[in-house]
Design a protein around this ligand. Structure first.
Ligand SMILES: Nc1nc2c(ncn2[C@@H]2O[C@H](COP(=O)(O)OP(=O)(O)OP(=O)(O)O)[C@@H](O)[C@H]2O)c(=O)[nH]1
Ligand SMILES: [Mg+2]
Ligand SMILES: [Zn+2]
Length: 374
């Protein structure tokens, strides 16, 4: 049943092949293109328009996200295996209040487009946070500025984002004017998987349609008055690009809270960590210590104090989250009767997250989008 060429066109690679061989080549691998309550749509060939390439598989109890490679049971009643992820974009689900739950927005993404609109003032703090999440996800971040047709000169806003992007490309686009589309498409070369991420109404689906060359995804006007989006896209979906490669459109997300952190903070704030190396004391708190390189850089105007405050907030958030996750792991251990905990970044709490996906998105849109950006 498994056609290797079809799987390759879906993004299957040598690493996945090795993992599958290690499992003893069970079943027929497929890739999840969308999730509905309790069900996943699994592609087994590159053309989703061909019904022979599409399976509906129950995913109750499975920790899965759009973009995942899975081995469904033959009868489609279960997901038997979720293949190891090359990357996963995981945030803390906001609807759980104080409880730490993971929400995997998409898996096996090669390039994540952090999408901002010229329709709003550039938001450096939001981008910093997105860069941390992107680095932690394992995907390569690219900053995408949309709706360039709205401004006479895109340069000032672009430069503000470049200031905190530190070498990450910042691409100016307009879905309406067709600008920057080929630059975006180039990131899919070699059959890679791209994903859009950003607030509602920034124009993600409009760019998706421009890349697909047809109006596959619905788009809706932003609200008059405040320019906020209406959460038109309600579920992530994996879509084939006409010349190879894949694209994930995602629902707009208001707030991104950190989940498991690797070295995302260190990478997104490499400039500040470099400065810290030059503080006189190894345990410098960068407050009032003599010889503090961070304070010196702020005094000289070489480091934006808001950027440093943003870093301190993210570090505090990470520390609090790690404490929560430790507490959670302990509870989980008791529940599982001493079995080893699943790898936190992939499994913790995600069953709930999947089932509550709709609520998760709606919890986000209650409040003003981009409240942090206003
Ligand atoms: N002027 C201008 N408007 C745009 C452009 N791209 C999108 N828009 C408009 O912005 C509104 C929102 O666009 P969408 O593509 O639906 O935004 P989205 O990011 O997918 O929003 P959600 O699905 O809610 O997350 C629509 O009215 C679009 O026509 C653009 O390049 N220029
Ligand atoms: Mg959309
Ligand atoms: Zn210091």
């Amino acid at each position: 049943m498994v056609d290797p060429a079809e799987l390759r066109a879906l993004g299957w690679d040598d690493a996945l092949e090795d993992d599958w061989q290690d499992l003893g080549t069970p079943g027929s691998p497929g890739r999840i293109s969308r999730l509905d309550r309790g069900w996943s749509t699994v592609l087994t060939g590159a053309d989703p328009a061909d019904p022979a390439n599409v399976r509906r598989v129950r995913n109750i109890g499975a920790d899965v996200a759009v973009g995942d490679w899975v081995i469904p049971s033959d009868d489609g009643e279960r997901v038997d295996h979720v293949m190891p992820r090359r990357s996963a974009f995981v945030r803390r689900a906001s609807f759980e209040g104080s409880r730490a739950e993971a929400d995997t927005l998409a898996a096996n993404i090669d390039v994540v487009f952090l999408t901002h609109s010229f329709g709003h003032a550039p938001n450096q703090r939001r981008l910093e946070r997105e860069l941390v999440l992107a680095y932690d996800s394992g995907a390569e971040p690219v900053v995408v500025l949309t709706k360039a047709d709205l401004v006479d000169d895109p340069e000032p806003a672009r430069r503000e984002l470049v200031e905190v992007a530190f070498g990450v490309p910042v691409i100016v686009t307009s879905g309406h004017a067709g600008a920057g589309i080929e630059e975006l498409r180039a990131f899919a070369e070699g059959g890679r998987t791209l994903a859009f991420l950003g607030a509602s109404g920034v124009g993600k689906s409009t760019l998706v349609n421009a890349l697909l060359g047809s109006d596959v995804q619905a788009t809706t006007e932003v609200r008059t008055g405040d320019d906020r989006g209406r959460h038109t896209t309600v579920a992530a979906e994996l879509l084939p690009l006409p010349n190879g490669g894949w694209l994930v459109d995602t629902p707009g997300i208001r707030a991104l809270s950190l989940w498991l952190s690797g070295d995302g903070i260190e990478r997104a704030f490499a400039d500040v960590f470099d400065l810290m190396e030059h503080c006189r004391f190894r345990d410098c708190k960068h407050d009032r210590e003599p010889g503090c390189a961070v304070r010196a850089a702020i005094a000289e105007g070489a480091l934006d104090p808001d950027r440093f405050a943003s870093l301190e907030r993210l570090v505090a958030e990470e520390v609090a989250l790690e404490a929560e996750q430790r507490a959670r792991t302990k509870t989980g251990d008791r529940r599982r009767g001493g079995r080893p905990p699943p790898e936190a970044s992939e499994s913790a709490g995600s069953e709930d997250a999947d089932e509550d996906e709709d609520e998760a998105e709606h919890a986000d849109d209650d409040d003003a989008d981009d409240a942090d950006g206003a």
